[in-house]
Write a protein that binds this ligand. Sequence first.
Ligand SMILES: [Zn+2]
Length: 212
Amino acid sequence: MSFDRSMARCSFCGRYSSDVRRMIAGPGAAYICDECLQLCNDILHDPAPFSPQALELASRPPVVVAAPQPLTPQERSAHTGAQSPVRTITIELEQKQQGMTLILHQLQYYQEFFELQYLWIRPPFNAGFAFVPRIIFFVKDNTGVQWTGDRGGMILARPDLASGPNNAVYQGTARFRPLPSPETRTLTIRAADPLGQFETPPSQPWQFEITL
Ligand SMILES: [Zn+2]
């Protein structure tokens, strides 16, 4: 199969050859640009088990060579934190389950989506943990609308918040779109640790009720 190399996109950030200084070709249509290579090098030299950089990289949407979908300017600015929320709703609800605590901190509304910010207190992950840990969410409002949220939410280790060596605090953000309608009065938020599915018995999801 032939491949037009002028259309090469970095498999890590999606940019085209014309947008980067150097592009290194891998097998097939795999490429990596100089900036992503530098980022990987920084991650290699960071002793943290999963640094903000590593998690940001792992949480990027996959680059689809055949159907490029570059981020919209709004998404890009939200990704870099440049956009500020149009509304913030403080929640501060906390639930314990199976030795872990989930704290829903706040909801932030942006122009086209909303984000749930949470803290996850649990036994620490080991260094070198092989995949990105996260909590998956299922949200439903009083009118029956449902949101499953993104699967690429970011989670950051917050050792500054931990009370001792046996617990670790992870700060996460889950994004949902579209925004709730004006008829939305309450949100039911169910949250699950995907790894809990491998426990015996499987862990039950957390469930929160929020009145807006
Ligand atoms: Zn790149």
